[in-house]
Design a protein around this ligand. Structure first.
Ligand code: 9D3
Length: 258
């Protein structure tokens, strides 16, 4: 008896959007290998009227339409009854922000049931009654939850055992924890007159490691100082020294710019 693979069940009025981009590259290959499963379920199949309506006007007035709680509940209850695995998640711009910590938590479980909103959103009562967790993928406005669901699935799938072939990639990721990535270079060694940094051609792995760490710290300090505070709390004293050096360099460069 083989164990059930990690399964994403997506409730949507646009099931044809799936697998979409999830059918390509890393996630697509893993899907073909059976390392995870995808079920896109059409919410309209759970409507009961002649027009298969899933939405209605908001009580209290206002623009747009709201997804009906009865239709959503039937869809959720049906997939759960058929054995859909994992927590119920409603993708919504007012949700808790998705982080890599949440992604790890979801990837460690048996799967996810993702509800994609359209229109102005979903009737609040069904979110309460079925105890949905609400997740947002960031502070910008999408036209619906489907792309957000794909983001959640993609981020989870690459953490599943056997999906990323090279275990070193994931290891390096945890090594770099909390920092932005160092710059990468490949052939040609000179391109449009720009040379690859000398150290990367040196073959000195200790120097290369130190240089990459330095660059990761510099880039993080420049672009995401919010991340640096946290990263330095977990960093070695060598890292803290590298960072102080780049901070001095940064303020000197800034002063020269004036
Ligand atoms: C009028 C208020 N709008 C909220 C900003 C209504 C509204 C706009 C867009 C409600 C839903 C949507 C569609 N967005 C999503 O379904 C969505 C989303 C997003 O827009 N940004 C970040 N994460 C997500 S997860 C789902």
């Amino acid at each position: 008896m083989s164990h059930e693979p990690w399964t994403a069940t997506v409730l949507t009025i646009f099931p044809e959007m799936f697998p979409g981009p999830l059918g390509f590259s890393l996630a697509g290959k893993a899907l073909a290998k059976g390392l995870w499963r995808l079920a896109a379920v059409d919410i309209r199949d759970f409507a009961t009227d002649r027009h298969r309506s899933v939405d209605d006007a908001p009580f209290g007035g206002g623009a747009g339409m709201v997804m009906r709680p009865d239709v959503i509940a039937r869809a959720v209850d049906a997939v759960k009854a058929k054995g859909a695995l994992g927590p119920l998640i409603y993708l919504s711009p007012r949700g808790e922000r998705l982080t890599q910590r949440i992604v790890r938590e979801l990837a460690e479980g048996p799967g996810v049931v993702l509800l994609c909103g359209r229109f102005e959103g979903v009737d609040e009562r069904v979110l309460e009654a079925r105890a949905f967790r609400e997740l947002s993928i960031g502070d910008y406005v999408l036209s619906g939850g489907e792309l957000a669901a794909m983001v959640v699935i993609d981020a989870c799938v690459r953490l599943l055992p056997g999906v990323v072939g090279d275990a070193a990639s994931l290891e390096e990721e945890s090594f770099a924890q909390g920092l932005l990535e160092y710059p990468q270079y490949t052939r040609p060694a000179v391109w449009e007159g720009r040379k690859v940094p000398e150290v990367l051609l040196s073959g000195n792995h200790e120097r290369i490691r130190a240089w990459r760490r330095q660059k990761a710290l510099e880039i993080t300090r420049a672009r995401r100082p919010d991340l640096l505070t946290e990263a330095l709390a977990n960093a070695s004293s060598a890292d803290r020294a590298r960072c102080e050096a780049s901070a001095r360099e940064g303020s000197r460069a800034a002063a020269e710019d004036i």
